[in-house]
Ligand binder design. Structure first.
Ligand code: ADP
Length: 483
């Protein structure tokens, strides 16, 4: 079943609540007015009883019933008060009985003992409505029962009128309230339609569009602001992905066109074995670079998709670094660089994924080799302090200018494109290094001065004896400059 719109639902709910409240209000007013009017009638009846009692008490004490009856007739026959009045003495004799009363209650035989303070009730005589009171009184030691009544037609009409006015006005009020609430909810929810229409028109090719910015300072403004922030994030992520794809294609195109040109040139005419060998050598070098590049791209793609999850285990870091240094020594010798490993004397275990940590170190050592001139010096250092081991790769190479420092961890970013390319770098090494560091819940810190050298450091948490506490990855990288 199709659900009603929020607008209609709000209006219906509002009307329901409003009608109930209006009904309750009307009923309360009617009850209060009725109570007040009947209290007034009760007061008048009581004062009639009192006045009859006073009149009787004002007669002679030894007056007999017949005389008293005569006096009462004389007093009340011509009076309004006498229209609805009857008085019976304790022997059951009528001392006074108006025609109206006798006609209205012909068969009434008043009880001889009515409990104090008497009783009151409503009755209908012909077209008249009456409020009747029956009350015992004692005058000169004799008991009498007085029964008197007042017509309440006026009261009844007032209450009828009140009810009619209310019943006539209520639907009007409900109608006005209904229109009002529908109009208000339409106005309040109008931005939702705008947001919906705009959101519908946004797709992957116009992600720069934004939802209308509201200045209502309410939930809807918060909703549109939040959605706009989300769109900005999605747009940035799309841009990064597109940039990455464009950069990756560009990087792959260069070695592939070199391979193709080299092969075409070699095949253009017949050549000596040495020339073929040279050509194949070039082709091989570029193929190796291309596979390394593809390998890095695949790793980055896996890290992006979250498929690459590292298993951090206790690693004896001193022994591990000693092995890495020994493996890398020949490369530095070949590059005519001096290479030292400065490691703690005592073994310390850290939380690490051995294979990826090795990759991180290789990336840093390879950069130090690439960007340090012959005769330079590279140091692999580890310093153990309580809780952490700080590992650094230092060189006295070309250094990095301050303006480039914040970007060197970006994908495909290279300070000197020509130089980096000639060394085989595609600008992906440090972005991979950053991801590996983040997986080890650490960040890479760079200190560098152009012409003097660079130092890339990161810390690893040591394994606390007894409770291995595998760290969670973090994703930031700090960049510092040492002057
Ligand atoms: P590449 O593959 O080009 O070396 P990286 O991501 O490893 O890419 O490094 C990015 C850039 O940072 C490099 O192009 C280089 O300019 C600079 N860089 C990295 N390490 C060093 C270093 N030890 N000395 C000087 N510059 C460096």
């Amino acid at each position: 079943m199709r659900r009603l719109s929020i607008r209609i639902r709000l209006t219906v709910w509002y009307l329901l609540v409003f009608s109930i409240a209006l009904g309750a209000f009307g009923a309360a007013v009617w009850t209060l007015v009725r109570q007040r009017l009947y209290d007034e009638v009760a007061g008048q009846l009581q004062s009639r009883v009192n006045s009859v009692e006073h009149y009787m008490a004002a007669q002679r004490e030894d007056m007999d019933a017949a005389h008293m009856s005569g006096e009462l007739k004389e007093e009340y026959d011509a009076e309004d008060e006498g229209t609805w009045l009857q008085i019976m003495d304790q022997d059951g004799r009528w001392l006074y009985r108006s025609q109206a009363m006798a006609a209205a209650f012909p068969s009434v035989k008043m009880p001889q003992s009515i409990p104090l303070p008497g009783r009151a009730w409503s009755a209908r005589v012909g077209r008249d409505r009456l409020r009747v009171i029956e009350q015992p009184i004692t005058v000169f030691g004799r008991r009498y029962t007085i029964e008197t009544a007042i017509t309440t037609n006026g009261v009844h009409h007032t209450l009828e009128n009140l009810r009619t006015v209310f019943l006539l006005l209520a639907p009007g009020f409900i109608l006005i309230a209904g229109f009002g609430s529908y109009f208000m909810s339409r106005r309040a929810l109008a931005p939702v339609d705008e947001i919906t229409a705009m959101a519908r028109s946004i797709h992957d090719r116009n992600l720069d569009l934004r939802l209308p910015s509201l200045h209502t300072n309410d939930e809807l403004q918060r909703l549109s602001d939040t959605l706009n922030e989300m769109l900005s994030r999605i747009e940035a992520s799309f841009k990064r992905t597109r940039q990455f794809t464009a950069d990756a294609s560009h990087e792959l195109r260069t070695p592939l066109s070199i391979i193709r040109t080299e092969a075409e040139l070699a095949l253009r005419k017949s050549r000596s074995e040495e020339e073929y060998r040279n050509a194949l050598d070039h082709v091989l070098t570029e193929s190796v670079r291309t596979s390394e590049l593809i390998e890095s791209l695949l790793t980055l793609a896996r890290t992006d998709s979250g498929a690459e999850i590292l298993q951090l285990r206790p690693v004896p870091i001193v022994e591990f670094l000693r092995h890495v240094a020994a493996d890398w020594n020949p490369f530095f010798v070949q590059a005519q660089l001096s290479f030292d490993a400065s490691l703690p004397d005592n073994e310390v275990s850290v939380h690490a994924d051995e294979a990826t940590l090795r990759r991180l170190l290789i990336l840093l050592l390879d950069n130090a080799r690439k960007y340090t001139a012959q005769g330079g010096r590279v140091v692999l250092r580890a310093v153990a302090t309580p809780g952490v081991v700080t590992v650094s790769v230092e060189d006295n190479g070309i250094g990095i200018d301050e303006s480039h420092l914040p970007r060197i961890f970006d994908r495909f970013y290279r300070v000197d494109k020509a130089r980096s390319r000639s060394e085989g770098g595609a600008g992906l090494g440090l972005s991979l290094a950053k991801w590996i560091a983040s997986q080890h819940r650490t960040a890479i810190t760079v200190e560098s001065t152009p012409g003097k050298g660079s130092k890339f450091s990161f810390t690893l948490e040591t394994v606390r004896s007894g409770i291995p506490n595998p760290p969670q990855p973090r994703a930031d990288t700090k960049v510092e400059r040492v002057v």
